[in-house]
Structures are given as C-alpha cells and as structure tokens.
Design a protein around this ligand. Structure first.
Ligand code: AKB
Length: 317
C-alpha cells in the first residue's frame, strides 16, 4: 500500500522539522502537513489548513488523501496550558479522540504516532532515573491530557487493534522553529539571547535539572519508532525517551565556552513549580532495548550546533 502521511500541528516546533525529514525520506507528495491558522511562507503542496478538533473535517482529509500514517502533533504545551486549562483540555483531548475514533471506524486503520511528555510525571513520581512504569499523577492540565492520552493509546491498541506508538519527549532543543508555551523553552531562548544580547534572565532557577534532547535526535527517534517492526513495540502507553539531563547554569557554562562574556541571572516565575513537579532524569532503557533507540547529541554537541546554526540564521535575517 502506498504510504501517505498526515502531520497535524505541522507548524509547531517538532512538526516543522519532522515534515522536511519525512519528505526527504519518503518523498514530498507522501507527506501532507496540516496547519491550523498560519501556513509557513515556504510551505509546499500538498498541505491542508484545518482544525483537528473538528472531527468531520479531519476525517475528510484522511479520506481524501488516503492517509496510511498520522503523526498527530497538535497540542497546547504545559505553561500555556496552565494559563488556559480548559483550552488545553479541549484541544489536546478532542483532537486525539477525533484521530482515534476515526481510525477505529475505518477498515484500513492508519498507523499513528502521538507524543506524550515528561509532563505525564508529577510530584509523586521518582525524580531521578524515572522508570518506564511509574506513578503518573501530574499537577498540570497538559500533564493530565498526556496521561489520559497514554491510557487511550493503550486502550485503542488493545481493543481496536490500532497501531499507535508514542514517546514521552523531554525538552526539545532546536534552532529552526522556536517552541511555544512550554516549561523547557528556556533551553532554546537562552541561545537566542546569548547571541543577541550576551545575557539572559532565566525563568527557572539554578539547579533545576530536566531531561532534554536535540531536535535531530528527536526527529530521528520518532521516525525509527514508527518504522520498527510491530513485534518490537512492547510499550503501548508511551516510551520514556531521553538524551541528556542538565540545569540552567550548566547550559550557561557550555555557552560561555563559545561566547565568553555571556552572563545569566535568574527570575523564576510560575513555570518553576511546573519544572519542580517533573522528573530530573529518565530511564529510557526500554526504548533502547525494544527498538534500538540511541541518542547522538550530548550537551557540548547540542550547544555547539545551536550556536553555529543560530548565529548563521540570525546574521542572514
Ligand atoms: C513543555 O515544556 O511543556 C514541553 C514538554 C516537556 O512537553 N516542552
């Protein structure tokens, strides 16, 4: 069967890098990015503009393009979700239910990727080397939608045979598209500010360790998970997935190696409480063992890649 991939949330931080990676791998016409309001200036056809919370519209797009795989990335992140919990619940849950319910109804069920997050963890979760199977009692609405989504993924797999796969992403660091509305966003903002102003005020305090990953690893890992033989996928809720764990001053130190005058101070805001409820580091040995996950970028490599690429981009803009 011909592969046709729908990517919802295609203009988001992950979507905007996943789409070109998928197109490079499977061909431009095999990938249909779906945007909500804003279509990127350089968007190439085929693409769709639609709201994933509207089930009939979404179903029509899946039907019309003969979609065989869906990367369902639509979602309101943690910090924005705390500013409008009802919106986070509505967008995150109804769009996922639309995808799952439509997949359930049709004979040729699409394979689905859906991202969970470290936000599925909460204050009662062991914070260091957090195991794959652990306590999931998040304190944010975003986290609640992630736990519900994980359980739904497992339920729809077992009950309806939908091949849905998922990872718990850590903070993702990228230079092409900024993140929006997350708690781990400081780890991207810091690079922009270091290059532009040589100083940064961090909204998380010193010592706030969080698991993180470079975008190239995240995109490659996501595609590898989707390409793995079904028999290798033993976790149908969501796999822990991580690369490095660091806190703001360690990242600042790494940046200072390339930008010697860089300074950072701290002004923690409401996002501190969110970060404090999450894990400091994750045990992702199940993903490594089951389908061969391996990260390539450590902290020094991430800092180097970010600075080289952003410096070039900011100079030419
Ligand atoms: C956020 O900070 O909300 C996201 C996430 C960890 O899911 N980056």
């Amino acid at each position: 069967m011909e592969r046709k991939i729908l990517v919802t949330g295609a203009a988001g931080q992950i979507g905007s890098e996943l789409v070109p990676a998928l197109r490079k791998r499977y061909g431009k016409d095999a990938v249909v990015p779906m945007y909500h309001h804003s279509v990127p200036k350089n968007a190439e056809k085929p693409f769709e503009i639609a709201d994933a919370t509207e089930k009939e519209t979404l179903a029509g797009i899946i039907r019309e393009h003969g979609i065989t795989e869906i990367y369902h990335l639509v979602g309101i992140l943690s910090a924005k979700g705390e500013q409008d919990p009802a919106l986070a619940y509505r967008v995150n849950m109804s769009s996922l239910m639309n995808v799952l319910d439509y997949a359930k109804e049709i004979e040729k069920k699409p394979k689905i990727f859906w991202p969970s997050s470290i936000a599925a963890f909460g204050p009662t979760t062991p914070r260091d080397s957090t195991p794959q199977h652990t306590v999931l009692e998040p304190s944010t609405m975003y986290g609640i939608t992630k736990v519900a989504g994980e359980l739904l993924a497992n339920y729809y797999f077992k009950r309806y045979g939908i091949d849905i796969r998922s990872v718990r992403y850590p903070g993702i660091i990228s230079w092409r598209t900024p993140p929006g509305g997350g708690t781990t966003d400081y780890a991207v903002e810091i690079f922009h500010e270091a290059i532009k102003h040589r100083k940064y005020t961090c909204f998380l305090q010193k010592g706030t360790y969080l698991p993180m990953m470079y975008m190239d690893d995240a995109v490659r890992g996501t595609i590898e998970l989707m390409e793995a033989e079904p028999s290798k996928i033993k976790v149908r809720t969501s796999y822990n997935l991580t690369a490095v764990s660091f806190e703001p001053s360690e990242l600042a130190e790494e940046i200072r190696k390339q930008i010697p005058g860089f300074t950072m101070d701290y002004k923690p805001d409401f996002r501190q409480q969110i970060a404090d409820s999450w894990t400091r580091s994750m045990d992702d040995s199940a993903a490594r063992k089951d389908w061969g996950w391996k990260h390539k970028f450590g902290l020094p490599e991430i800092a180097k890649e970010m600075l080289v690429n952003l410096q070039r981009e900011l100079k030419s803009s």
